[in-house]
Design a binder for this molecule. Structure first.
Ligand SMILES: *[C@@H]1O[C@H](CO)[C@@H](O)[C@H](O)[C@H]1NC(C)=O
Ligand SMILES: *[C@@H]1O[C@H](CO)[C@@H](O)[C@H](O)[C@H]1NC(C)=O
Ligand SMILES: *[C@@H]1O[C@H](CO)[C@@H](O)[C@H](O)[C@H]1NC(C)=O
Ligand SMILES: *[C@@H]1O[C@H](CO)[C@@H](O)[C@H](O)[C@H]1NC(C)=O
Ligand SMILES: *[C@@H]1O[C@H](CO)[C@@H](O)[C@H](O)[C@H]1NC(C)=O
Ligand SMILES: *[C@@H]1O[C@H](CO)[C@@H](O)[C@H](O)[C@H]1NC(C)=O
Ligand SMILES: *[C@@H]1O[C@H](CO)[C@@H](O)[C@H](O)[C@H]1NC(C)=O
Ligand SMILES: *[C@@H]1O[C@H](CO)[C@@H](O)[C@H](O)[C@H]1NC(C)=O
Length: 367
């Protein structure tokens, strides 16, 4: 019975005591760490139990906002404002820091002006800097090792740099990243990737800080040129050249053949013409030779018949009448030559023909 009474009495005593103390209240939930990008806003909650009197927000030890239970929030700067929430748990004050600066980074405290320790958290304001790959498009030959440089400038804190090829991460051993202090508490980073490409690849340099929802990235395309393929290509070009040469030569050959054929055909035509002409002449000559007997008989016969008697007459008449024979011979010779249409040239040859003529004359005499 005594125990049971004691168990009932304890809560009764506690409930009787707390209101009696009046200022005995405590922080149920303090602020939690926050990381934000510079320029954005940061929010922190502090929940206190019922019966609270005053709540003070401190940034890096300096009071920035005070909330009094009876009056509400006392704001002295545009950059520090608050919102209030009341629930069955207690009272929640939300501190809103607007347009955060790098200098806002640090300790954010919630104080209730009590003996109990302040509740605190850390604010990290970060700066999204720039990122670029120094090399634009690269063309790399077989077995060539290249260094690709990625530069991050004006970051806070120094970014974590990683590299990707196409869609997979590159092992950390293949690149070296150096960090350096820049101006205004900002940081720079330089990452050098050593690469021996075996294929065309899209390289991505990623810079990450906690405040960024996704890493900032820069890319470069490394175009791999396979020298073997190049050789193949050159061989191909060689073979194509050979083909072209062969085609050209064959074409030239065909043209030459055509020219030769044309020339031959023309020659044949000329020969035919020439042959006919010559043949005619030959025929004529052969006819003269073959039928010479008849023609010669007629022609020479007429000549001879007219001539020989003249000559004979002349020779016979030579001693008798001297001036007449030459005149008569001159007249008679052209007259004899006219049917044969021979040129007067023949005239001087006449005397030389005489030795041959006697044979003909003989033939004539034989026939
Ligand atoms: C809050 O940040 C501080 C400093 O960065 C760290 O020591 C602490 O562990 C963090 N607390 C939580 C709950 O993450
Ligand atoms: C603070 O608490 C309120 C109410 O519960 C909630 O809506 C808000 O998101 C909280 N803010 C933070 C920064 O946790
Ligand atoms: C960070 O900076 C880059 C380059 O200025 C910009 O493209 C990107 O949107 C920024 N990220 C955020 C979250 O503001
Ligand atoms: C590339 O390097 C390998 C090994 O070092 C070698 O066997 C190969 O012949 C090289 N290729 C060229 C095109 O230099
Ligand atoms: C890439 O750029 C850096 C800096 O401009 C230079 O030192 C390096 O030689 C370049 N790499 C190649 C493969 O051109
Ligand atoms: C990377 O991507 C390029 C372009 O999409 C492709 O040509 C190349 O083969 C890829 N390289 C690897 C190693 O997957
Ligand atoms: C690079 O950034 C762009 C936009 O900032 C994003 O769309 C893309 O997915 C990113 N690439 C990688 C590999 O993270
Ligand atoms: C280059 O191309 C040849 C032929 O396609 C191939 O056999 C060889 O493996 C390639 N070399 C590299 C380094 O990819």
């Amino acid at each position: 019975m005594e125990r049971f009474q004691k168990l009932i009495l304890i809560p009764l005593i506690l409930t009787a005591l707390l209101p009696g103390l009046g200022f005995c209240y405590f922080i149920i939930n303090g602020p939690t760490n926050a990381t934000v990008l510079a320029g954005s806003e940061a929010r922190f909650n502090c929940t206190v139990s019922a019966g609270w009197v005053i709540l003070i927000w401190l940034s890096n030890g300096n009071p920035v906002l005070t909330v009094i239970n009876s009056q509400g929030a006392v704001e002295t700067s545009d950059r520090f404002t608050s919102q209030n929430y009341t629930s069955s748990n207690g009272f929640t004050s939300e501190l809103i820091i607007h347009n955060t600066k790098l200098s806002d980074s640090g300790k954010i405290e919630c104080s209730i002006q009590q003996a109990s320790e302040n509740s605190f958290a850390f604010l990290s304001v970060q700066v999204n800097g720039s990122l670029c790959i120094k090399n634009s498009t690269l063309t790399v030959n077989d077995n060539k090792t290249v260094e690709i440089v990625c530069e991050a400038l004006g970051w806070a804190p120094a970014p974590d740099i990683t590299w990707m090829t196409n869609d997979s991460f590159i092992d950390k051993s293949r690149y070296v990243t150096q960090q350096s202090q820049g101006s205004n508490d900002l940081h720079n980073a330089l990452s050098i990737l050593t690469l021996t490409p075996v294929d065309t690849e899209i390289l991505t340099c990623l810079a990450d800080i906690e405040a960024l929802p996704s890493p900032q990235n820069a890319t470069v395309t490394v175009i791999f040129v396979n020298s073997t393929i190049e050789n193949d290509y050159s061989e191909d070009t060689r073979s194509t050249w050979v083909i072209v040469l062969a085609v050209v030569l064959s074409f030239v050959g065909i043209i030459l053949l055509i020219i030769i054929i044309v020339v031959v055909v023309r020659c044949c035509c000329l020969k035919k013409r020439g042959s006919t002409y010559q043949n005619e002449i030959r025929k004529v000559s052969t006819e003269k030779k073959k039928d010479g007997n008849l023609e010669n008989r007629q022609r020479h016969g007429s000549e001879n018949q007219g001539y020989i008697p003249e000559e004979l007459w002349n020779r016979e008449q030579l001693p008798g009448i001297a001036p007449l024979p030459p005149v008569s011979s001159k007249f008679t010779v052209p007259a004899a030559d006219l049917p044969t249409s021979s040129v007067p040239k023949v005239q001087p040859q006449r005397p030389t023909d005489y030795p041959t003529n006697p044979k003909k004359i003989r033939n004539l005499t034989i026939v």
